[in-house]
Design a protein around this ligand. Structure first.
Ligand code: ARG
Length: 561
């Protein structure tokens, strides 16, 4: 419900000004006794040639107060008090009539946004560290889509690097075909670790690894064949994780696929006079911008990470003609992206300004047991399995009669883990503690899921006698809850403006908190009809908002838990 718009239009009528200009001036007062909206009259003083307090007074007297309980002057301010019952009815009816679409907007219509996230390295385990980019990126993807953007989710697979030469070499020496079939990542990790151990003793292995890598780069069939195989097997393994997380990408493209266009891009950088030589390497000097040089071509002629990212960005612009391209990658790579973006800018691509690095901080795990199978990695699937098992225990304890316990445990376990990466501002360090993650009364996904299930159980207990009834909600708790329901889009847009899903996550927590206040203070069972029906409709609307909100975070609700 856009009351600001309504107020702006009425003020514009009264004062012969432009509603658009007034809109931005409307404030939310700091205290409830000052109303729900306030308009500071200073801006009108010049035009109306009157002192602001006088303007406030005369407007209070002449304003059309329809939809408001009252409109009052307080000093230079004009304060608007919503008609609680009317307002609540309008919000509830909007939520219920739009249903799963409530909160979807059109602000991104005709615009395309690329969200690059997850981007694991092949032949390596999908470790817990990847959960940050995966949760955060998927939430941003969903939120942009809900704003009407044409949204492209990109998984930029790490399938390039000298380590693949080593891996190929190791496989030739010690690879076990059967083990590779049975658990590919485990086998690849085993031989990779072995390679490093053996290379300590026998340095000639490193040379063999480099040779294999050169062969791979020049497309030799044996090396290419193995590399493709490792890639396929890794992807199958990653797919299991993505299925469990319910995440799909629109594009899965390996870093190595940009190799082909590298020479062209390097030539372009050279032609634009940007390339200098430094200790045998070809670099773009960035001293002027307080950055170390961006290395484009190493002294041995091999390309590097930076150049492939430059090439990938040019490819993406050509392929998608995006309005914005986000890189959801940990903050330790911040300098890398600043260099990449700067080189693109210096190359004359004005769209370099539309490339955005969405960084995030570190995660520390506390008191967790991981089966460190090999090579000291924390597998994400181990973490998720533990979370699901723990959720299952909690359910067994709290609600042993619950049907479909496994499914509920899965939704709570996974939801709980995803949520942790979304609730704090992304640059902050996270301390991951499984007990806290799954707590039903902290700032957690299970708390919100539990709130939802609680509301559903009330709705099962008391059938809705008058589905059309939405009037008469006057209590403070009802009003506060309705205001939260109404704030969905504002919260989402604020979150997107800062690429900060936590703003929206906090909002969903606020909805759940406002609902629990309402639930604890208002007894629906004792309420007479038709007010009871209005309250039940408020419950229904709350459930819809919680479900829609969690959905944008990639988290499911459960009917019972
Ligand atoms: N695979 C890379 C890594 O593990 C992350 C890729 C980030 N994206 C990019 N366009 N450079 O570090």
């Amino acid at each position: 419900m856009d009351y600001k718009q309504l107020i702006a239009e009425r003020l514009a009528d009264q004062t012969n000004t432009n509603a658009q200009a007034l809109y931005g001036l409307i404030e939310i007062p700091p205290r409830p006794e000052m109303g729900d909206y306030a308009f500071p009259c200073f801006a009108l003083a010049k035009n109306l040639r009157k002192a602001p307090p006088l303007i406030a007074q005369s407007l209070a007297a002449s304003m059309d107060a329809q939809g408001f309980e009252k409109v009052e002057a307080l000093g230079p301010y004009l304060n608007f008090f919503l008609n609680k019952s009317e307002y609540s009815a309008a919000v509830i009816s909007q939520v219920l009539s739009q249903g799963p679409d409530y909160g979807n907007e059109d602000s991104g219509h005709g615009k395309k946004i690329l969200v690059e996230y997850s981007s694991p390295n092949i032949a390596k385990p999908f470790n817990v560290a990847l959960m940050y980019t995966t949760s955060l990126g998927n939430a941003l993807y969903r939120m942009y889509r809900s704003e009407g953007y044409d949204t492209v989710g990109i998984n930029h697979l790490g399938d390039y690097g000298t380590q693949f030469g080593k891996l190929i070499c190791a496989y030739r020496l010690w690879g076990d075909e059967e083990a590779l079939q049975a658990d590919p990542i485990k086998e690849l990790l085993r031989i990779y670790v072995k390679f490093h151990e053996e290379a300590e003793k026998d340095p000639s292995l490193d040379e063999a690894g480099r040779t294999a890598f050169r062969n791979l780069e020049s497309g030799a069939p044996y090396e290419m064949g193995l590399w493709n195989r490792f890639k396929e097997l890794s992807l199958e393994d990653f797919q299991k994780v993505y299925d469990l997380l319910d995440i799909r990408f629109d594009s899965l493209k390996g870093e190595a696929s940009y190799s082909e266009s590298l020479p062209e891009v390097i030539e372009e950088i050279r032609a634009k006079g940007l390339l200098s030589e430094s200790q045998g390497a070809q670099v773009v000097l960035l001293d002027e911008y307080n950055m170390p040089p961006a290395i484009i071509l190493k002294s041995d002629g091999s390309s590097i990470y930076c150049t492939r990212d430059i090439t990938a960005a040019i490819y993406r612009k050509k392929t998608y003609d995006f309005d914005k391209c986000l890189y959801v990658v940990g903050s330790p790579q911040a300098l890398h992206f600043r260099q990449v973006f700067k080189v693109l800018e210096l190359m004359g691509f004005e769209w370099a300004k539309d490339l955005i690095h969405v960084g995030f901080g570190l995660v520390k795990f506390q008191g967790m047991k991981f089966s460190t199978r090999q090579g000291n990695v924390f597998y994400l699937t181990d973490l998720l399995d533990q979370a699901i098992a723990r959720a299952r225990e909690i359910i067994e304890e709290k609600n042993p009669e619950l049907p479909n316990k496994d499914e509920v445990a899965r939704k709570i376990g996974i939801g709980g883990v995803k949520f942790i990466y979304l609730k704090n501002s992304r640059e902050k360090e996270i301390l991951f503690d499984l007990n806290e993650v799954l707590s039903f009364d902290g700032e957690t996904a299970p708390y919100i899921q539990y709130t939802y299930a609680r509301a559903r159980s009330v709705l099962r207990r008391f059938p809705l006698a008058h589905p059309e009834e939405m009037n008469g909600l006057q209590e403070k708790e009802e009003f506060e809850l309705t205001k939260e329901l109404d704030r969905f889009n504002e919260a989402k847009q604020e979150a997107l403006a800062r690429y900060e899903p936590s703003v929206f996550t906090r909002y969903i927590l606020d909805v759940a908190k406002a609902f629990n206040k309402f639930y604890n203070n208002i007894n629906i069972g004792n309420t007479e009809e038709p007010l009871r029906s209005a309250r039940l409709n408020l419950l229904l609307a709350t459930c819809q908002v919680l479900a829609n909100g969690l959905n944008l975070l990639g988290i499911d609700v459960v009917e019972q838990m």
